[in-house]
Design a protein around this ligand. Sequence first.
Ligand code: SAM
Length: 356
Amino acid sequence: MTTAELKTLIDKLEEKSSLGKDEYVELIKNRGAEIDQYLFKRSQAVSQKHFDNKVFSRGLIELSSYCQNDCYYCGIRKSNKNAERYRLDKGQILSCCENGYGLGFRTFVLQGGEDPFFNDEILCDIVFEIRNKYPDCAITLSLGERSRESYEKLFDAGANRYLLRHETADSDHYSRLHPAELTLANRIKCLQDLKDIGYQVGCGFMVGSPFQTSEHLAEDLVFIQEFRPHMVGIGPFIPHHDTPFADCAAGTVELTLFMLGLVRLILPNGLLPSTTALGTIDLDGREKGLLVGANVVMPNLSPVEVRKKYLLYDNKICTGEEAGECRLCLDNRIKKIGYELVSARGDYTEGDGKNV
Ligand code: SAM
């Protein structure tokens, strides 16, 4: 395809918020500096139309580095005997929230490995307490695959949002990234259950994961345009030295930004984080993500003494700073690019107008 034809595809995507799989493949395979810039101008404009230059912040609390799963890419997979394991207790989680509230966070994200210790009773009690103490805050969970009943109980206890990356929308590719007991079909069932229950739902994928092709990425985009999540987490794959993918190459900044730009055109109102992984492969990665259409950052509120133990990939940034320092550092970085970190809860809203 010529550059002019590729630009026409981007125009079409902006107008219709969808393309066919083959059209995405063409864009991904043939992109280059000129197409990148053409897309980024559009995706930034769409983001600014809805969110001005405002960036929502979510306070991330990493509950547990125990995990019953064995995803081949992940540093806290159960077979990694060198991973240091920890789990926060209720008091520690609540003090992270208290600290975060004081720093201006109005969304708490409880993320962790799939740790059976956090059964429904224990988790609902924690969610319920956060809900009562901070009625003005959103509670996001990112705790992997659970039963529909479990998701319902957690919703009733006060959780509002759930992040569960689909990882890849191609089932063969999924089976090359996960052991046989984990299936794309179940992942999608979980995502559908969450949406039906009433959560604001986030899916997402890694860019540059092992064996990934342009066709796989195109399938991810088609999945997103059909499923219409409220949030999409996109970050580069980064190898972890104690996993089967230790020697694989990391995803690139350029392709990650390109995917973020395309997703912004698919979901003009979507909540798109500029991820820590993007900030890890490029020190200015998070700022670059915001400039191509991302509108969320998720600084860490976990106690500093456990940060290095939640090591999903090598060289993860922000593992040595207190929550306050992290927030201040991000605040300054965001100001430097002419954007503003805001305290608003930042819920998903439909419509053509402003979302801030
Ligand atoms: N257990 C929950 C789940 O599976 O959704 C939440 C925690 S999980 C560690 C969060 C995300 O980290 C995954 O969805 C995956 O995309 C990302 N991740 C894991 N290993 C990674 C790696 N090596 N590079 C980049 N991202 C990674």
